[in-house]
Design a protein around this ligand. Structure first.
Ligand code: GLN
Length: 196
């Protein structure tokens, strides 16, 4: 079948290039009608989770995608994509006084984890690291105004840490990473996703 790549906003093209390298067919999800095409995997790219979450709701894709994820469809969420998956979202918008209602998560809310948005602050908004990723080995990790996982619920398992903070989690077929594996030319995280 094919992987659907959420293409409402953000870094979806880089994921598509990665899937091309791995010979995986893909198409873009932009509106509810696109959900009619057959797909058996989903990529949620980085970008701005508040914008992506609002558009998912407006386009009527939030509930159908949530149902498919809960039914076991493999999903890879990177950075903003991880935020969309998280059952609890904290940080940033919720800290600056009263956030607009459309800025408040959780969005898909399928992943048993608490994610802190923009967790590294402005100065450290973007950085690069290498760290051990469970089941994969040491991988390069690019963080861009990244979240981290402040709490891993009992149904989820942590896969990687950087500076003591959890940056990757898995729950069944849901894989969420705080960094951008599509940017570093290392295909192993995508291979892991395609193997789910
Ligand atoms: N800071 C963004 C958010 O909160 C995520 C950044 C990213 O995806 N690179 O949605």
């Amino acid at each position: 079948m094919a992987t659907a790549v959420l293409a409402l906003q953000g870094a979806f093209a880089e994921h598509e290039a990665m899937l091309d390298r791995l010979g995986e067919p893909w198409f873009e999800l932009r509106q509810a009608q696109d959900l009619k095409r057959p797909f058996d995997r989903l990529v949620l790219p980085g970008g701005e989770s508040t914008v992506q979450g609002r558009l998912l709701r407006e386009e009527g894709m939030l509930v159908p995608l949530r149902e498919r994820i809960l039914a076991g469809m493999p999903v890879l969420g990177t950075c903003a994509g991880l935020i969309l998956l998280a059952a609890q979202v904290s940080g940033d918008a919720s800290r600056q006084g009263k956030p607009r209602p459309d800025q408040v998560g959780p969005w898909l809310g399928t992943l048993d984890a608490t994610v802190e948005r923009n967790a590294y602050g402005r100065q450290l908004g973007s950085f690069h690291a290498r760290a051990e990723f469970d089941g994969v080995g040491e991988v390069p990790m690019s963080f861009i105004r990244a979240p981290y996982v402040a709490g891993v619920g009992p149904r989820a398992t942590e896969l990687a840490r950087v500076d003591g903070r959890v940056v990757a989690v898995r729950q069944g077929n849901q894989l969420g990473v705080a960094f951008h594996p599509e940017l570093d030319g290392d295909t192993r995280i995508h291979e892991m996703f395609l193997g789910l």
